[in-house]
Design a binder for this molecule. Structure first.
Ligand SMILES: [Fe+2]
Length: 367
């Protein structure tokens, strides 16, 4: 069996891991740019812990805390200019997917000798990036272990990845204590994103025995937590499982890429402002049903990891999490399918969907 697997990020997992292993940050530089959102890292204690770890190491820092959901290209450039003007030589990205993706883009842009024009950010070839450490505070994106920085791309009316191995964080610090105050809707949306990564990884032509092992474990961990109605009242143990699951799923998509679910989901986020994870969750069961027609055994493996028997059981479980579904018009469905069928990640699908198949997935999910 021919395959490649690459994962250069050192992971520290466990309560107080930033305090215990913060000395590792000394390897990254002398002055950090902490990239984060406007408030959650302050509220959940992760920013304080990061600052303390830097202080113990004798490292200086600045904070760029203006990252919004679905970060823009302008945000990445603003952060990069903060890094350059303050002489920062590494990035510490703290938060959910948006701050981590923005932090990675900042690390890339800040390291370029010749400025990259914004119109070329997704196509430029990069030779260097500032080193990055990541502290996820949600269990969804897996960005702490991927080579992707996903930004809103207004020119393409979508979200697009800057992808280079330079963007793999050097360190990921996984402390589920930062997730204690997450709202139920953030918990659901992020968990569904992680589940989508693991499932899509198993439905990718780039899947291998290594990525399958990681994806299967991720799916099983998530399945063990989502029996609680709407993922309410999660205890610390469940939060730890979900954070591990999302990192495992990130390791999967770092190697398999995502598939049609993400390709379609980006339009739901760009045009309808539907949260990224929720967008994937809304589409996942119908995509599974599409794949099942050709690859029944593969889908059965996924269902088995969830201790489910049928795709209908899977759909019911997600319906219980996602609640009332948004609706799309026929014109919107046509438009989104047309865009997605041209997306690069369509080529990853183990059964390559035609435009009509994508229309059917959208129609069944949101029609
Ligand atoms: Fe995702």
């Amino acid at each position: 069996m021919k395959f490649q697997y690459f994962m250069p990020t050192r992971i520290f997992s466990g309560e107080r891991c930033l305090a215990e292993h913060g000395a590792a940050l000394k390897q990254l530089g002398t002055k950090a740019l902490i990239v984060t959102g406007t408030h959650s890292a302050k509220a959940n204690g992760s920013l304080d812990d990061a600052v303390k770890a830097l202080a113990v190491n004798g490292q200086a820092y600045c904070v760029y805390d203006k990252v919004m959901s679905n970060p823009t290209i302008a945000c990445a450039y603003e952060g990069a200019s903060e890094a350059v003007s303050n002489g920062c030589d590494f990035v510490l990205a703290i938060g959910g997917g948006s701050p981590m993706d923005a932090g990675k883009a900042v690390a890339l842009l800040a390291a370029q000798e010749k400025p990259v024009p914004p119109a070329e950010i997704f196509s430029a070839s990069y030779a260097r990036a500032l080193p990055v450490a990541a502290v996820p505070t949600t269990a969804g994106t897996g960005s702490e272990v991927t080579q992707y920085a996903i930004l809103t791309n207004d020119a393409a009316e979508s979200k697009t990845s800057v992808a280079t191995p330079l963007l793999f964080p050097r360190f990921a610090f996984l402390d589920a204590a930062y997730m204690r105050g997450l709202s139920q809707s953030v918990t659901v949306n992020t968990v569904v994103d992680a589940l989508s990564h693991a499932v899509e990884g198993m439905l990718s032509v780039r899947a291998s025995s290594v990525s399958d092992a990681l994806a299967g474990e991720s799916i099983a961990l998530i399945a063990s937590c989502i029996a609680a109605p709407g993922l309410s009242d999660l205890d610390d143990e469940a939060r730890r499982k979900l954070l591990t699951a999302s990192t495992l799923a990130g390791m999967v998509i770092a190697n398999t890429g995502t598939t049609a679910v993400h390709a379609l989901g980006y339009s739901l986020t760009y045009y309808k402002n539907i949260d990224h994870g929720r967008a994937n969750g809304l589409l996942l069961a119908r995509f599974l049903a599409f794949i099942e027609r050709t690859k029944r055994e593969r889908v059965a493996e996924i269902l088995a990891r969830m201790r489910l028997k049928t795709v209908d059981d899977f759909a019911r479980l997600l319906d219980g999490l996602l609640g009332k579904r948004e609706k799309l018009s026929a014109a919107e469905i046509e438009h989104y399918a047309e865009k997605a069928v041209k997306a690069a990640n369509i080529a990853n699908c183990v059964v390559r969907p035609e435009k009509d198949d994508l229309v059917e997935v959208l129609q069944g999910s949101l029609g």
